[in-house]
Ligand binder design. Structure first.
Ligand code: GLY
Length: 385
């Protein structure tokens, strides 16, 4: 089949990471195209949309914290720009988050998280169980204490994905609604892709942004293929009553018997409950066990939840990487860049990923905040072993 017209930038994957990359690239004047059968789909259709740089801090992930905070700082302006451009509401709520403890073990764990947050210079306030319930009266009476983090917000990832598709369209991004079957490499340089229907799409530079599928694209040299794997997350959606007093006014999360559970209340009355974390390969089945565990843990946190209509159950795949951090920017293969491996932070990292990839496409360099996340860090590790 004859090749179609060449793009400057071809983005493989039209989830929120691919879309923000395409949008920002097109804004810089690159002729940009996206290859995806369903732009705006993927993990964003499942994700709750917590922007939780502070409450999702983990030991050993302080470098990632820097990138998470860089993206959190960009969010207000990013959301305003996208809303102004598209006229679409993104469900961006600066509502804060409350992380609570249900027993002595959870409380000790939260105390440690609080210490780590303070060492890292982050704002969070320790509250007694009574103060937690004063903030959120529907919480279980047994709540033993919690952390109030007013800087961790939320956005509706489905609205974000829709708006990014519109923003791309407005910037002239071309959509090829088909799967990419393989990368084209010509004389040692990424030169485009071949789609599932055999169409050749030539390009000056290619960005692989296909979430957990990024590690499977044919034609990518083995030492350049990103080490990402799917990590399944099951998520529920419920509907809150529209009463005078809100059922829940901010995101509430807890660790229950070692599993994370979070409740994210949207302004439109939707309550998102997430999420399981399962190493199950490519399976996206919603299981009775997954739904049971989420409802059981959410019920321990907020007993009133069992009264709410259950409107949706769904599973998605997080693109996990060996160090839980994304792979951003140029690879060892000329012309091929990566934007994948965002794991639990894809929605949060959307703004900084767009900026980092657009800069890398224009200059070949990463912005300072993104430098530690070059895909080349794994190539170096491989050479050492
Ligand atoms: N960031 C929430 C999750 O991945 O479940």
């Amino acid at each position: 089949m004859l090749p179609t017209r060449s793009s400057d930038v071809l983005v493989l994957g039209g989830g929120i990471i691919g879309l923000v990359t395409a949008w920002r690239a097109a804004q810089r004047g690159f002729a940009t195209a996206v290859v995806d059968p369903e732009p705006g789909g993927g993990a964003a259709q499942v994700a709750a949309g917590m922007l939780a740089a502070v409450t999702e801090l983990h030991y050993g992930e302080q470098t990632l914290l820097g990138l998470n905070l860089a993206s959190a700082r960009r969010y207000p302006e990013f959301a305003a720009e996208l809303t102004d451009l598209t006229g679409q509401d993104l469900g961006y709520r600066q509502c804060g988050t409350l992380a609570v403890a249900l027993d002595a073990d959870d409380r000790a764990h939260l105390r440690e998280l609080h210490a780590l947050q303070r060492e890292s210079g982050l704002d969070s306030e320790w509250l007694s169980g009574r103060d937690c319930r004063r903030l959120e009266p529907m919480l279980a009476p047994g709540v033993r204490g919690g952390l109030r983090v007013d800087g961790d917000h939320q956005i509706d990832p489905r609205s974000l994905a829709r708006a990014l598709v519109t923003a791309c369209e407005l910037e002239g991004v071309v959509f090829h609604r088909v799967w990419a079957a393989g990368l084209s490499v010509v004389q040692g340089r990424a030169a485009g892709c071949v789609t599932e229907d055999g169409t050749v799409l030539p390009a000056g530079q290619v960005v692989l942004a296909a979430g957990s599928l990024s590690g499977r694209l044919a034609g990518v040299p083995k030492d350049v293929l990103p080490p990402v794997r799917p990590v399944k997350g099951q998520v529920l959606r419920l509907s809150m009553p529209r009463r005078h007093a809100p059922f829940l006014s901010r995101t509430v999360r807890a660790m229950v018997r070692g599993s994370h559970v979070y409740l994210v209340p949207r302004e439109n009355g939707e309550l998102v409950v997430g999420a399981t974390s399962e190493e199950q390969g490519w399976d996206t089945t919603v299981t009775a066990g997954g739904v049971y565990e989420l409802l059981r843990d959410a019920h321990e946190l907020m007993p009133g939840i069992t009264e709410l209509p259950l409107t949706e159950t769904r599973a998605g795949l997080r693109p996990g990487s060996p160090d839980n951090a994304p792979l951003l920017g140029p690879t060892e293969l000329d012309g091929l860049l990566l934007a994948t491996g965002h794991y639990r932070n894809g929605v949060l990292l959307t703004p900084v990923t767009g900026d980092a990839l657009a800069h890398a496409l224009a200059t070949g360099e990463l912005i300072d905040e993104a430098r530690p996340f070059s895909p080349k860090r794994f190539a170096v590790l491989e050479q050492r072993v």
